[in-house]
Design a protein around this ligand. Structure first.
Ligand SMILES: *[C@@H]1O[C@H](CO)[C@@H](O)[C@H](O)[C@H]1NC(C)=O
Ligand SMILES: *[C@@H]1O[C@H](CO)[C@@H](O)[C@H](O)[C@H]1NC(C)=O
Ligand SMILES: *[C@@H]1O[C@H](CO)[C@@H](O)[C@H](O)[C@H]1NC(C)=O
Ligand SMILES: *[C@@H]1O[C@H](CO)[C@@H](O)[C@H](O)[C@H]1NC(C)=O
Ligand SMILES: *[C@@H]1O[C@H](CO)[C@@H](O)[C@H](O)[C@H]1NC(C)=O
Length: 631
């Protein structure tokens, strides 16, 4: 890759060219008047080019980085036009006969080049004006961008973002945010023209002298919003990751006030959703910590003892597990409501044992705490919704994030939220649990570490999943809860009937989707990969699962497929049962087999095996000799 020329080099070429044009024009023998006019235009250009040479110096004087994109683009165009001017004036070197030998210049040639130079003059004038930060943003269009105003607006706002006054930077970020929101092309232009690095910079140290001042908060919100509007596809997320955006984003999330955390958490959620690499990068920066901390704000989990080195003591967890009926919300008389020994305590003094608080929790420093206590409940609710959504998107398909959430007090916190919150916050927390469970389904280590049924956080989560399933208020909640339990099927001991009963009940849910999810979950209890499949199969029969299953078999294709599979496993595990015989399971299987196999050829063997097995155990039924060729 060729190294990029420095800005000085880029500018020196047209300055040199301008001098040559000027000299040649003044020495011309033919078309003297026209040449002189060109020389005047070129002199103006030359002046402005020399002014541009001072820009890097001006920027370095104020310790700023110069925004170079528009300079490079416009100056390259100016050089091209100067080149044409040079060719033209050289043709005028000789007069009379000699001139004829070379070529003839016409008035039209001069007019054309003169117009080009006039455009360049307009471009340079505009260019210098956008680096004049005392005069506001110049929204007039330079000739080079007359067909594409967006380009020049992005240039002007980005220049302001780099080098303007704090207030102007915030406005520039808001303008970019609004341009980015309009369409994909604008987003691409902003990225291509270098808008992302100064947005990250604004986000990072909006006003480092006065962090959390009003002006700083506004700037950070504007920057986070702009970035959020820009990163709507994987390429652009990747660009932010490659620009080292992730550590900045996590740092801001950890250190800033609630109002800033909201858009930043939304940004995290969007990036994590669109790019697995971003998920990994966020994991490396431990983003789950500030997210869980904010989620736990003002709850009994918000106790410094819980934050100690990111771990919880077994003692405190056991205490907590017994406190499930405690109201979650403190009433803001202090920073937390309950000490882990259950005694009420107020004030933010963290007491003896917690002086070793991990540095990652500096977020909980008293200043921020004070500020946070002044926020309205609505704002606090909003940040929790956003943080929970970020945790959801981070955990989806990500072992490392799922592990990090469960390693701290994350699971317990999620359980509490599912217990006491409602609407979007409750749903986001439930979705997070579901995604973590889905990851744990295929990862023995995580499953054992996080979901051992005897561990208090796992127990708290399980209680809530079961409650949501049994409450049955809303299928949007029931479905993820059922899915989560299904994913954890391999963690339950043989006689864990607390789980099977509620799931079996849902097989009969009026909502076919809920009932089908229950069948899918139960399938994971009775499939051969489940060590306890025999006991679980018996439990399903004991809870009278067969009749609703038979009904579900006739609901729709999707429901039919999953209930057939569940029925097959039951047949293979407990084929000799009265329940199956009474329900005429063999007939039902026979009836459904053909259409299920037509759509899912992979199920053929399982179904044939199950039918053979049922035939074996049901002497009453004449051996149909399930003709496999019929399938
Ligand atoms: C904006 O740029 C134009 C040239 O395109 C210039 O004439 C005008 O003076 C500039 N306005 C400001 C406020 O600098
Ligand atoms: C601001 O722009 C105006 C043109 O709109 C110009 O005349 C003036 O010189 C500029 N002011 C400064 C400080 O550059
Ligand atoms: C994230 O947490 C781990 C474990 O506590 C720690 O070793 C690591 O340094 C942290 N990373 C960052 C970037 O803070
Ligand atoms: C808040 O605390 C006061 C006493 O400090 C108490 O009377 C009140 O019931 C509490 N409110 C809630 C919602 O817990
Ligand atoms: C996890 O395992 C289940 C069955 O054990 C399988 O159906 C699923 O596709 C697996 N998911 C991933 C992401 O590997």
């Amino acid at each position: 890759m060729a190294e990029e020329k420095s800005l000085e080099e880029v500018l020196s070429l047209p300055i040199l060219l301008a001098d040559r044009v000027s000299k040649s024009a003044r020495e011309a023998e033919a078309s003297k008047l026209e040449c002189l006019d060109l020389a005047k235009q070129v002199d103006r250009l030359s002046q402005m080019l020399r002014a541009a040479v001072r820009l890097p110096w001006t920027a370095s004087q104020s310790h700023q980085t110069l925004y170079e994109q528009p300079i490079r683009r416009i100056v390259a165009d100016v050089a091209k036009n100067l080149d044409r001017a040079l060719t033209l004036v050289r043709k005028c070197k000789h007069s009379g006969v000699l001139r004829q030998v070379f070529s003839i210049t016409t008035t039209a040639d001069f007019r054309k080049v003169s117009n080009l130079l006039e455009s360049s003059i307009g471009d340079m004038k505009w260019l210098l004006s956008i680096y004049d930060f005392d005069n506001g943003t110049n929204l007039s269009l330079p000739p080079i961008a007359s067909n594409d105003p967006i380009l020049s607006w992005v240039w002007a706002h980005t220049a302001m973002l780099h080098m303007g006054q704090p207030k102007d930077r915030t406005d520039a970020a808001l303008e970019l945010a609004s341009l980015a929101k309009d369409n994909d092309r604008n987003k691409k232009i902003i990225v291509d023209e270098g808008g992302v690095p100064p947005l990250l910079k604004l986000l990072n140290n909006a006003n480092s002298n006065e962090p959390n001042s009003a002006i700083s908060v506004e700037a950070q919100i504007a920057a986070a919003t702009a970035l959020f509007n820009i990163v709507t596809n994987r390429d652009r997320v990747r660009y932010v990751v490659d620009t080292h955006g992730v550590p900045i984003i996590v740092h801001v999330l950890t250190e800033s006030t609630i109002k800033v955390q909201i858009p930043v958490a939304n940004l995290v959620a969007r990036m994590a959703e669109l790019d697995p690499l971003a998920q990994e990068e966020f994991a490396r920066e431990n983003v789950t910590r500030p997210l869980v901390s904010s989620l736990a704000m003002d709850t009994i989990l918000d106790d410094p003892n819980f934050l100690q080195s990111g771990k919880t003591t077994i003692h405190s967890l056991v205490q907590l597990a017994g406190q499930t009926t405690q109201p979650l919300k403190s009433n803001h008389t202090g920073s937390f409501s309950y000490n882990s020994d259950g005694s009420g305590r107020s004030g933010s003094g963290s007491g003896g044992g917690s002086s070793t608080t991990n540095s990652h929790y500096h977020y909980n420093s008293s200043n921020i705490r004070k500020e946070r206590d002044n926020e309205t409940p609505e704002v606090k609710q909003k940040v929790k919704v956003s943080c929970a959504q970020a945790l959801w998107k981070l955990s989806k398909g990500s072992l490392v994030n799922s592990r990090k959430i469960t390693e701290t007090k994350g699971l317990l916190c999620l359980a509490k939220m599912i217990e006491f919150e409602k609407d979007e916050l409750q749903l986001n927390c439930l979705m997070t649990v579901m995604e973590i469970a889905a990851v744990a389904e295929n990862n023995t280590d995580l499953r054992r570490a996080a979901f051992k049924p005897s561990s208090p956080p796992a127990k708290a989560v399980l209680d809530q999943l079961l409650r949501v399933i049994q409450d049955g208020d809303s299928w949007t909640l029931q479905i993820p809860a059922i899915k989560a339990i299904g994913c954890l099927a391999r963690t339950f001991p043989a006689r864990e009937t607390r789980i099977i009963g509620p799931l079996v009940l849902q097989l009969g849910n009026k909502n076919v989707d809920v009932a089908t999810e229950a069948a899918i979950a139960l399938k994971k209890f009775v499939c051969p990969e489940n060590f306890n499949c025999l006991e679980h199969s018996k439990a399903i029969l004991e809870f009278d699962g067969v009749p609703p299953l038979m009904k579900l078999l006739r609901a729709n294709d999707w429901a039919q497929m999953h209930s057939v599979v569940l029925l097959c496993y039951l047949a293979l595990n407990v084929g000799n049962s009265k329940a199956l015989e009474q329900a005429r399971a063999l007939n039902a299987l026979e009836g459904a087999a053909r259409s299920v196999v037509a759509q899912n050829p992979g199920l053929r063997d399982l179904i044939v095996k199950a039918m053979d097995h049922l035939t074996l155990y049901q002497p009453g039924v004449p051996h149909p000799h399930m003709q496999p060729h019929l399938l």
